[in-house]
Design a protein around this ligand. Structure first.
Ligand code: GSH
Length: 339
């Protein structure tokens, strides 16, 4: 369902929430504003719909039953299982916004400790965001999800036209999703979750810094003389690179000053779809208590998943003991079996 159709379907219904009325359905308001809605506001809000999830109160469709006036149109909408900080979920969100598709973003309950939410688990037995439900179709994995959106909603296209350029942006996507993301994730493990201290932390962070510098240089070569990673226009290549480079910048590793990559980042970040995903991620960080991140692990509210490339990064970057300790303490886990 396109945003225009959804708006037309809901346009006649007045949501009682004043804040919501301003930007209903487009979900333009940064996520943290939505989280901050009080219960009284929330009760009559078409955007929140909702029961408040115990963790954060991210919009959820779980409250459809109590809001029959919104059900029909919203049930037709795409559901995106999302976390504002996930670069993978940001890829999906930017694509949905670029294609002007109406969607409801939901944060699965207890995502960071192994969610047990049934609808989410059905959509993605790997229990990762993003996952998407579009009518009868359920898709997991950000790359497959992007391809699904491109196939099901070809206009406007996000992939470039030529086979060579398509292969090029897909290789960019692969490098960002695997090599790049693992490094920023590793930095956060050390800096916020206190996985290493003293000399070990310094050595691992220095290594991460060198790895990122290498990747920035590689990205610059990929960009070359182009305005966008996708080519002449913004597209797939850009929406795959932007979340990771913004994530690195948030961790004090922006691309070098005066580099073409830095100039591209300035351009891409004023694109409304990217700006929305970035604002939601920044809002989430403002709300979260990073100073107490270690407590989340100590109390079992977070059990970090060391999957594939993240595990490799830890092992090869001086953190083999971190993995072994975390497994012993049960604050590190791997992906669930598919059965
Ligand atoms: N290959 C997957 C990776 C998705 C992923 O790792 N998502 C993380 C958030 S960044 C997640 O949901 N983790 C759940 C957990 O920690 O259990 C994709 O591209 O969608």
């Amino acid at each position: 369902m396109t945003l225009e159709r959804a708006r037309a379907a809901l346009g006649k219904q007045a949501c009682k929430n004043a804040r919501c009325r301003r930007s209903r359905l487009e979900m333009r308001a940064p996520a943290f504003e939505r989280y901050r809605m009080g219960d009284a506001q929330r009760r009559n809000c078409c955007r929140d719909l909702s029961t408040n999830l115990p963790t954060v109160g991210y919009p959820t469709t779980a409250g459809f039953e109590s809001h029959p006036q919104w059900c029909v149109s919203l049930r037709e909408m795409i559901t995106l299982f999302d976390h504002p900080l996930s670069p993978y979920a940001q890829k999906a969100k930017i694509a949905l916004l670029e294609k002007r598709l109406a969607f409801v973003a939901r944060l699965p309950a207890r995502l960071s400790a192994g969610s047990t939410e049934v609808v989410f688990a059905n959509a993605n037995p790997r229990l990762e965001v993003p996952a998407l439900i579009d009518g009868d179709v359920q898709v997991f994995d950000s790359s497959i999800l992007l391809q699904y959106l491109e196939d099901a909603y070809p206009s406007p296209p996000l992939l470039p036209a030529s086979p060579a350029d398509r292969a090029r942006v897909r290789m960019l996507e692969e490098a960002m999703d695997t090599t790049f993301e693992a490094i920023t994730w590793g930095i956060a493990e050390i800096r916020y979750f206190g996985r290493a201290e003293g000399g070990q932390a310094a050595a691992m962070l220095a290594k991460a810094s060198r790895q990122l510098a290498g990747l920035f240089a590689w990205l610059e070569r990929q960009l070359g003389e182009r305005e966008w990673f996708n080519g002449e226009d913004f597209g797939w290549g850009d929406l795959c690179v932007a979340p990771c480079v913004n994530g690195a910048s948030r961790l004090d590793h922006p691309p070098p000053l005066n580099s073409t990559l830095r100039a591209w980042l300035g351009r891409v970040n004023i694109r409304p779809s990217v700006a929305q995903a970035t604002t939601e991620a920044d809002g989430w960080l403002q709300m979260s208590d990073r100073a107490n991140a270690k407590d989340l692990i100590a109390t079992g509210r977070m059990v970090r998943r060391y999957r594939d490339h993240r595990l490799e990064w830890m092992m090869k970057s001086g953190g083999a003991d971190i993995v072994m300790n975390g497994l012993e303490q049960k604050n590190i886990r791997f992906s669930p079996e598919l059965d």
